[in-house]
Each structure stands twice: as C-alpha cells, then as structure tokens.
Design a binder for this molecule. Structure first.
Ligand code: KG4
Ligand code: ZN
Length: 350
C-alpha cells in the first residue's frame, strides 16, 4: 500500500557491497548528505581482499553514519526508513551494512528497505541534485558499466528492468583494472589509466575486439591480447611500457569504449530509444562520457551522464532507490532477511 508521505519523508541509505562504506540522507528525493569512506587497505594487494573489506566496513560504518546525519542536519528520530544494499556484492561486506541497518531499524522502530545494487546504479539517474539538470523520463536505455557488471538495460519504470545484453565474461571495469595492472598502475587502475590516456595516442596500438552475439559483451580476450602484446614487446625492450605508457593506456581505453559503444548503438537501434544513460563506476571514464555525449548528439537523443560522485559506488543511489520503494509502500519488516551475493537485476533476490 502506498505510504502517506509528507514534505519531509527522510530516508537513510547504506551501501557496503564492496570497498566503499557509504551513507546518504535523502529528503523527498533530494540528497542532503552522501558520505563515502574508500578503503585504501586493498591497494597493496592489487585488488579487494574480502576479509579486509568486511573489517573496514565494521570499523567505518558508525562514523560514516554519524557524519552523514550531521552533514544533513538530521536526527535519527526524523528518519522514516532505512534502505541498504541487499546484494549483489561481497557477502561479508553486505552483512555489515545489513546488520547495521537491521539494528538501527529495531532501535528507532522504522522499516527496512532492501535494495538491489545494480538497480540502484540505474536509479541514480533519478537523484535530485542541483548538478543534475534533468532526470530521464521512462523508458530510457541505460548502459551500466562497473567493476563487476556490464549491462544494457531498458528501464521501463523504477521497478521494471529489462536486461537486453550483458558481459559473458569480464566486466568493463575489470578490463580497465587488469590492463592497468599489466602496465604497473596501482589498484583500482581504471581512473589512473583514464588520466594517463589523456596524454596518449589512441591509434598507436591495436588490440583484438571480441565477436559476440546479440547485445552481449566480452572483455577477457582483450585482456589476453594486451598481456601477450606487452610481454612480447618487453622481451625485446625492457623499457617498452615506460616509453609507451600513455599510448598504451589511450589505445586500451579506445578499444574498451569502442566495444561498449558498438553494443550501445545496436541496443539504440533495437529499442528505438530516444533517451540514453550511462551509469556505474566506469561511467566516470572521460572518454566513454565524451563519446556517449557525441553519439547522443549525432543521433539526436537525450543523453544522461551522472556527476562522478554518483557513478562509482555511493549510498545516494541506495537512498533514492529506497525512497522510490517507500512511496510505493514496498518496505520490509522481515528481520530474518539475509543479504545475497548474487542478485540479478529485476529479480526478487531472496
Ligand atoms: O560501480 P563501481 O564503483 O563498483 C562496482 O559496483 O563494481 O565500479 C568500480 C569500477 C572499477 O573497475 C574502477 O576501475 C572503474 O569502476 N572506474 C573507472 C573509472 N573510474 C572508476 N574505469 C575507467 N575510468 C575511470 N575514470
Ligand atoms: Zn557498483
């Protein structure tokens, strides 16, 4: 049953699916605070170590909640519900956020709203923020590109997601991170590669592109192609990477963006979409943003990109997803619900 909302419907959002502890406060769709603590302990390991991630969430969750409430100027008593990431993600990390959300829900006697992380990446486009000129109307076609997912989604409503295609192996973010690792860049490599690529020639090196059916993607062949090419060149000249770093980064970035845009163009054709959107951590990539905006202009489509803060993992997207469920009356009081590491977008997730 739809909830009675008033001008001050206030939701706390908690995101702990991977290596960011993030908490947001939202009032009537508007973000009042979005506080994120990024775990740096994984850098030396070259990737996220699940146990370290759970411990860091446990350490940071309380201070981040306190800071978000303080920044928003909101007290616990003013909250109407608590939304949290129910999955997909690292189970130990999800359990920290879910347990905290349940405890808080009991303490203040307010409902819980479990949220699907991948739906939230898409629904970040409905956040009201002065930096976002306009929110897309439904339906819109969203390319979600993150560290674990690459999906083309026809978004029919805030609750209806049609997956048109997705990766059959690595995600686009993994392709960026693995290539960056081969080039010796720190983890997570995507943002470093993006920065260095800006000084390079994207046409200097050519890497293999996959052959996949329909609207699916594949990135594992690209990783192998980069690995073998660099290994052969380094055998001939040990300083090959240092001498060609910017061109290598620019060429890999161009290949990944080419693959993504080929799929996007096919999906635009298939759906006849007039509105396209980018979401997920990789949608912070400067080349992907630039070329998507150019594509939208060329095809006369409304094109939506997010402020960088809402591309990478953040609790604002969890809070807005929770808010949309709350106003539909879709809340839970089931304190026995446990988070789920695998949780397909649009599914029930139990
Ligand atoms: O959405 P996200 O924050 O976490 C997941 O749900 O996976 O995405 C993280 C991914 C990482 O692979 C990271 O390297 C990539 O997003 N990423 C980027 C950029 N910023 C973040 N990849 C390329 N260029 C960027 N500027
Ligand atoms: Zn994510």
């Amino acid at each position: 049953m739809p909830q009675q909302t008033n001008k001050s419907t206030t939701i706390l959002g908690i995101e702990t699916s991977c290596d960011e502890t993030s908490v947001a406060v939202l009032r009537e769709g508007k973000i009042l605070a979005n506080e994120t603590s990024t775990q740096m302990e994984h850098t030396v390991h070259g990737g996220v170590v699940p146990e370290l991630a759970s411990r860091a969430h446990q350490q940071m969750i309380f201070p981040v909640v306190e800071k978000a409430l303080k920044d928003a100027g909101v007290t616990l008593n003013e909250l109407d519900a608590i939304s949290y990431t129910h999955g997909p993600g690292l189970i130990g990390s999800l359990l920290v956020g879910a347990s905290f959300a349940k405890g808080l829900s009991m303490a203040i006697s307010k409902p819980l709203i479990p949220v699907n992380h991948m739906e939230a990446h898409v629904l970040a486009h409905l956040i009201k923020d002065p930096r976002i000129e306009e929110n897309p109307k439904f339906p819109f076609l969203c390319l979600t590109v993150s560290g674990g997912h690459t999906q083309l989604i026809q978004v029919h409503s805030a609750f209806e997601f049609e997956v048109l295609g997705e990766t059959i192996d690595d995600a686009a973010g993994e392709a960026f991170d693995k290539a960056a690792k081969i080039f010796g860049l720190p983890y997570p490599g995507g943002p470093h590669l993006d920065k260095i690529a800006q000084m390079g020639n994207p046409d200097k090196f050519t890497f293999s592109k996959p052959r996949v059916s329909d609207l699916n993607f594949s990135f594992s062949g690209l990783k192998t192609s980069v690995l073998y090419f660099v290994r052969d060149q380094v055998n001939k000249d040990p300083e090959f990477i240092q001498k060609n770093l910017a061109d290598l980064c620019a060429s890999v970035q161009k290949t990944i963006v080419d693959i993504l845009l080929e799929g996007f163009i096919k999906a635009i054709k298939k759906t006849g979409s007039k509105r396209i959107a980018l979401s997920g951590g990789v949608s912070a990539n400067s080349e992907l943003r630039k070329r998507t905006l150019a594509l939208g202009k060329e095809k006369n489509l409304k094109t939506f990109t997010l402020p960088l803060e809402y591309c990478t993992d953040n609790a604002a997207m969890i809070a807005v997803s929770g808010y949309l469920k709350f106003i539909e009356g879709n809340v839970s009081s089931d304190l026995s619900l446990t988070p789920t590491a695998r949780y397909a977008i649009g599914s029930a997730g139990t």
